[in-house]
Write a protein of this length. Structure first.
Length: 208
């Protein structure tokens, strides 16, 4: 099995499968058919079967999937045994909310450190996360070996801050700003634009 062969859409569903299988496991279920899994996860069974087929024989015809086995498989695949440390840049309204949100409870990621330019915020601990001045970015990221950053700064500084992050060795950015960021090829940006998501939802409600 080679990672680069897995389609992006499939890769994006893997954490969802992992989370859901854990829920089923905690409910005491040991085995599940692809139809049951499809109903509970709200993804059609053909898609699930196709996704799973990239990883070889995960289930057996007529038997379904062994939940513990799948969990073990996805845990390894998603590196769930290792905690991924993340930095957050921009402790405004959204940044603060994310610092309070306990990512560890739902996965294996943890915001370990935050940065801001505002002296009122620097030195504080928000949701148990210490806030440092952006001037300490390089020193702290390198010291902690952090390669993933959440970006919640104002749009006007987002490109500049991204360049600082890349210079400090960051390889993955979760961009909550509305800006489209330019980054070198080795850096991956995932964009979460909450206003666009809401507008799209409103559009579909009006037009369907
Ligand atoms: P607030 O009401 O706390 O200002 P907000 O989300 O409306 O929240 P924004 O103007 O979007 O505020 O800024 C978000 C945060 O980003 C602020 O805390 C701000 O101090 C911080 N910030 C601005 N410029 C930078 C920068 N260059 N590097 C790091 N943080 C920055």
């Amino acid at each position: 099995m080679r990672d680069e062969k897995i389609p992006q859409a499939t890769a994006k569903r893997l954490p969802l499968y992992y989370r859901h299988l854990n829920i089923l496991h905690n409910q005491g279920k040991t085995r599940i058919s692809s139809r049951e899994l499809s109903e509970s996860i709200k993804i059609d069974s053909a898609t699930i079967r196709k996704d799973f087929s990239y990883f070889g024989e995960l289930g057996r015809k007529g038997y379904g999937y062994d939940i513990a086995h799948l969990i073990q498989f996805f845990r390894k695949l998603l590196d769930q045994d290792e905690i991924a440390s993340v930095a957050l840049i921009g402790v405004g309204n959204l940044g603060t909310a994310l610092l309070h949100y306990n990512f560890m409870k739902k996965g294996n990621t943890q915001i370990e450190i935050a940065f801001d330019t505002n002296d009122d915020k620097v030195g504080q601990e928000i949701g148990d996360v210490p806030v440092y001045h952006i001037n300490d970015l390089e020193q702290e990221l390198k010291r902690k070996g952090i390669k993933i950053a959440i970006l919640t700064v104002p749009a006007r500084v987002s490109q500049e801050v991204t360049e600082q992050l890349v210079d400090c060795g960051v390889e993955g950015v979760l961009n909550f700003t509305p800006s489209r960021l330019s980054v070198p090829n080795h850096v991956r940006v995932h964009h979460i634009d909450l206003s666009i998501e809401l507008q799209t939802l409103v559009y579909f409600l009006k037009h369907s």
